[in-house]
Design a protein around this ligand. Sequence first.
Ligand code: UD1
Ligand code: PEP
Length: 430
Amino acid sequence: MEQYVIKGGNPLVGEVEIGGAKNAALAILAAAIMTDETVTIENLPNVRDINVLLNAIEGIGARVERINKHKVKINGAFINDLSVDYEFIKKIRASYYLLGALLGKYKKAEVALPGGCDIGSRPIDLHIKGFRALGAEVDIQHGLISAHADALNGTHIYLDKVSVGATINIMMAASMAEGKTIIENAAKEPHVVDVANFLNSMGANIRGAGTDVIRIVGVEKLHKTEYSIIPDQIEAGTFMFAAAATKGDVTVKNVIPKHLEATTAKLIEAGCEVEEFDDAVRVVSSKPLRHTQVTTLAYPGFPTDMQPQMAVVLGIAQGTSTVTESIFENRFKYVDELTRMGADIKVESNIAIINGVKNYTGARVSAPDLRAGAALVIAGLSAEGITTVDDIYFIERGYEDFDKKLQSLGAQIEKVSSEKEIQKFKLKVS
Ligand SMILES: CC(=O)N[C@H]1[C@@H](OP(=O)(O)OP(=O)(O)OC[C@H]2O[C@@H](n3ccc(=O)[nH]c3=O)[C@H](O)[C@@H]2O)O[C@H](CO)[C@@H](O)[C@@H]1O
Ligand SMILES: C=C(OP(=O)(O)O)C(=O)O
């Protein structure tokens, strides 16, 4: 089993390139099978979730040609199976997008209930409500969601809760329904907009993505396109927090600064300087970090996928901070691990009360999920001594070359797979 071993204490300095957004790419890959023509997708992140989904897409008969690490061609004309197996997708959440894509195109789909990180109960009732409102019959039996319809008909759907997944899934199915669909209380995340732009480039008619009312006029057919995925705001934010925690000076390149506004605002409150350029942001952390309050919210609020990374920064800020998690009830699993590194954090219901300590001390910790794992790496980079992070396969779900990118900023981090390699690393850095 692979681990990261880290010698903390080096400020991160330099420039880092951000890849394509995992959570946009997953939906876009699923939507790509909605045409029988060839779709080319660029700026694809080379991470585990993407490769799992590409295998699932190949598994139902679509042709997938990997042009290079970040570019793929997909042709959905050869799909011969409308049932997506549990084996392919048990590890990823976004498998549910195949439901909307197949239902829209073929009016029939069967997909195993999705996996993904264990960060809360993660129901999919709103997706199902949307498909039913479009006229589909939806059943869950033996771990499979089956949906079918003679025809999908445009309708008015109000989402009781803001949901990224439900918004995108309904948008995909409605793109090939008859007539007009209106989604109210839609999610406004940048990846919702990216998926709408992608579908529109295939001939769909979607207006209003990025606001809370999305209007879709169904079309009979979608066509080929070439599309480049937006930069990953969560990967970008993770490097921004790593700069903050290590007292560094990092320019994060290939980003859309507007998508990072909530992160930027909180870093400034915590005492960092953040400079914005057209497609880059620079974070300088030269003053003592200060306490602040953070609440996770749907976009444009502070993203839940950045909550653990922010908490790690506040764990070494002066004073008492609070972090309120309002999206997923089980996203504080990193707290026990961070406590082993010297943090002083108490969780009461959905609020973490963080009393800043002077610094973390290296320890052996385990990544409980993707973002919590990245946060523990940040803690290790700022800590005194050696930290080993176990279960890094979670981190590899969503970060491409995380260790190499950090090394390029001066971090002492290595991926190892044995005790012997850990000892070798310790000798090297001592
Ligand atoms: C693959 C992907 O893109 N994952 C992201 C997506 O997850 P995901 O799409 O699963 O998250 P949602 O936006 O749907 O969830 C938001 C909230 O709505 C609730 N809910 C959701 C659907 C539903 O049918 N019923 C319901 O009650 C959820 O439990 C949660 O409390 O958005 C989350 C919120 O930004 C991110 O943390 C995840 O990284
Ligand atoms: C929680 C995440 O992913 P998923 O929804 O796929 O579990 C994430 O990207 O932070």
